[in-house]
Design a protein around this ligand. Structure first.
Ligand code: HEM
Length: 108
């Protein structure tokens, strides 16, 4: 079964739109990464005020290979949280899961 890695990004007040813009202009390289199954940028609505970048992979090894790749580096060129050039993230935490049970809606 797949694994899920979520990057939970804390953004400054009113900076969500800017974060979404960054993702709209993202490198788009992760799609070519072996073992990558998909990602979603989740905007917080209730119970949470961080954005979640939900990513799904075929294995921990595939995820680690991407994190240590030049593609990850290129995909995060403007993302470093310690830069003063208008970056939007001021914190980040990785959450990890194994998919235990999976189903899809019948009418999707
Ligand atoms: C310090 C940690 C991180 C921060 C602050 C961060 C923030 C960002 C930002 C702002 C972007 C938009 C592109 C840009 O502005 O450069 C981005 C791209 C992305 N991030 Fe992160 N990120 C971090 C680590 C991670 C991790 C660990 C994951 C996976 C769980 C992840 C998943 C992604 C994906 C899938 C993209 C799109 C890359 C592409 O299009 O090739 N990020 N990130």
């Amino acid at each position: 079964m797949s694994i899920v890695k979520i990057n939970a990004i804390a953004v400054g007040e009113g900076k969500g739109e800017e974060l979404e813009k960054r993702f709209a202009q993202r490198a788009g390289e992760v799609e070519d990464q072996p073992g990558f199954e998909g990602f979603e940028l989740l905007r917080p609505v209730e119970g949470e005020d961080r954005y979640f970048v939900y990513t799904r992979w075929d294995s921990e090894e595939s995820f680690q290979a991407w994190v240590n790749s030049p593609a990850f580096e290129r995909g995060h060129r403007h993302a470093a949280s310690n830069k003063s050039d208008g970056t939007v993230a001021h914190g980040s935490a990785i959450l990890g899961f194994e998919v235990a049970i999976k189903t899809e809606g019948n009418k999707a």
